[in-house]
Ligand binder design. Structure first.
Ligand SMILES: Cc1cc2nc3c(=O)[nH]c(=O)nc-3n(C[C@H](O)[C@H](O)[C@H](O)COP(=O)(O)OP(=O)(O)OC[C@H]3O[C@@H](n4cnc5c(N)ncnc54)[C@H](O)[C@@H]3O)c2cc1C
Length: 528
């Protein structure tokens, strides 16, 4: 993946005519702010001396410690709007002093113990798709910082197809994992939009949730156990048995710990047979409220779609679910809210789940649009983020964020967030287009995922920081979570006390102090 954009340069796409016209209408004139070439980026000096680099090489092996720009620059930022803007604003970028790639638990342990003795911070790096500042190379109170790349944990260790479990290396990307499992007729079914680049370890470290979560659950629900290396030792967390009552579940401590408690090196996952059949159907609802009521009914009656998503009126009208047609008049759902559903499983199950879900949705006010809109969405679903790069190059403010709440609070929270972002950007005369959808559902509530488009002002980082603060305040004041699946990183850390309370924060700090007494693991992330 290229350092300053989503995906590779070959995947980059110019803005389509329809998207240009949408931007022109909503945002007005903008000043282009293109990303620099790698050779033009100004970076921080390497703070490690020759003896330290030698020590690192003795641990990881020759060729697995690098201080080259080509290695350090791509590991300096994730893929949030802040991260992508950082490259586009002329400044010296703080990059990790070295990139190291250990290959075994023993090497990781030795590395963490060396870092603890040598006052060097360690930032675990999976796919680098964090959108919350999770991989930023913060030094904290240390002299130097290294990026610990998990790439060499890339093997499928063992597969128990009778029990439906497989152990995967934490550095395997989404596609690597699915290809390896497919050889055994198995599938994980975790498809976040970052699937092409994000890794198994990253999914666990951030409690990721994929687009098929209605069918297969969140990533944390797929984890049976994990191998974790901390400066204090190597451990396996989670149950060898399918369930256990032996006290609190320790794997929960590491899920969502964002590299601050330990390095996840292997994950034992619950997997299932590759589905035999699929079915698709899209619907339109007259408004968001009736759509939300219907999606809730589907989840509470457990009629069983694998994917269910509902766009609000503005997202439906801008055609956001169809990458190549964003901004075109949506002929499928011109007035109303688009709802996409997909079903996977055996032929009989797919047929019965589809029928039961469709009957319920129709009863609750939906009109069927057939299968074409869902097929289009499925085809383009990993491609949309590429468009953000073109928008940023053109000087457009474009970011996404998410939260979750109970069904009864959905209207209240959506209204509060929309008002907060519109007001915050409006103060600087940047009109904001606020799009929203529901894409992860639970019996008691759902996530709300927002996409924002606006005009960048002359200080775009400060502009978005101000807006983001207003959004987080609106979320915490209106009973949302600060993150449903993007995690905390640096961007949400100041709101962790509101999220878990002072006592809760104390528990997390006590765990950190026990496992990482010198505090070298990912300083500045998760914990304020
Ligand atoms: C375009 C785009 C779309 C996205 N869509 C989704 C989505 O649909 N659903 C979703 O959940 N998220 C999504 N994300 C967010 C991101 O992809 C997830 O947070 C993902 O789980 C990160 O995985 P990664 O391997 O890239 O981790 P990284 O970005 O490398 O790291 C994330 C955090 O985890 C830590 N970490 C990484 N690996 C390990 C490890 N092995 N052990 C300990 N700590 C580790 C890092 O230090 C960092 O703090 C999206 C991001 C982008 C850019």
């Amino acid at each position: 993946m290229s350092f300053s954009i989503w995906g590779s340069e070959q995947e980059a796409k110019p803005l389509s005519k329809s998207l240009q016209s949408l931007v022109g209408k909503v945002v007005g004139n903008t000043t282009p702010r293109p990303a620099p070439a790698l050779a033009e980026v100004k970076i921080s000096e390497c703070a490690l001396d020759a003896a330290q680099l030698e020590a690192l090489e003795a641990i990881c092996g020759a060729g697995y410690v690098s201080t080259e720009r080509e290695q350090r620059i791509p590991r300096a930022r994730g893929k949030s709007y802040f991260d992508l803007l950082d490259w586009r604003v002329d400044q010296v970028i703080d990059v990790p002093d070295a990139v190291v790639a250990p290959k075994s638990n023993e090497q990781v342990l030795e590395l963490l113990q060396w870092a603890s003795k040598s006052s060097v911070a360690v930032v675990p790096f999976g796919g680098g798709t964090s959108v919350v500042g999770g991989v930023s190379p913060l030094r904290g109170r240390f002299n130097a910082v290294i990026s610990l790349d998990l790439t060499r944990f890339d093997a499928i260790e063992d597969v128990d197809s009778i029990s439906g479990e497989a152990t995967l290396g934490a550095g395997m990307s989404g596609p690597q994992a699915e290809i390896a499992l497919a050889e055994h007729g198995l599938q994980l079914g975790h498809f976040p939009q970052s699937f092409p680049y994000a890794t198994i370890g990253g999914f666990a470290a951030t409690r990721s949730s994929g687009q098929n979560s209605a069918g297969y659950g969140r990533f944390d629900e797929m984890v049976a156990s994990m191998e974790v290396v901390t400066p204090q030792g190597i451990m396996t967390v989670g149950d060898a048995a399918p369930a256990s009552a032996a006290g609190p579940d320790l794997k929960e401590l590491f899920m969502g710990s964002e590299g601050t408690f330990g390095i996840i090196t292997k994950v034992r996952l619950k997997v299932h047979p590759i589905p035999e059949a699929k079915a698709y159907e899209a619907f339109v609802f007259p408004d968001f409220a009736s759509g939300v009521a219907a999606v809730r009914a589907v989840e509470q009656h457990k009629t069983g779609p694998t994917v269910i998503r509902l766009s609000d009126e503005i997202e439906s009208a801008t055609n956001l679910t169809s990458t190549d047609a964003i901004g075109e008049q949506d002929t499928a759902a011109p007035h109303g809210c688009l709802c996409l559903t997909m079903y996977e499983g055996t032929r009989e199950h797919v047929a019965s789940r589809h029928e039961e879900t469709r009957n319920l949705l129709l009863e609750m006010g939906a009109t069927s649009l057939g299968e074409a809109p869902v097929r289009k969405w499925e085809k383009g679903r990993f491609g949309a983020p590429v468009l953000r790069d073109a928008l940023l190059d053109a000087g457009v403010l474009c970011e996404t964020f998410e939260t979750a709440t109970t069904w009864s609070n959905v209207p209240n929270l959506k209204k509060a967030i929309t008002a907060a972002v519109t007001e915050a950007l409006g103060e600087g005369n940047s009109v904001a287009l606020v799009l929203c959808h529901v894409s992860h559902v639970y019996a008691n509530g759902c996530s709300l995922y927002f996409t924002i488009l606006g005009a960048q002002d002359e200080a775009p980082i400060e502009q978005w920081r101000h807006a983001k603060l207003s959004i987080l305040r609106a979320i915490t004041e209106h009973n949302g979570t600060i993150t449903h699946h993007h995690a905390v990183g640096t961007d949400h850390a100041d709101f962790m006390q509101q999220e878990v309370g002072q006592l809760g924060l104390g528990i997390l700090r006590a765990v950190k102090d026990h496992l990482d007494p010198q505090g070298v693991l990912n300083p500045g992330k998760l914990l304020p």
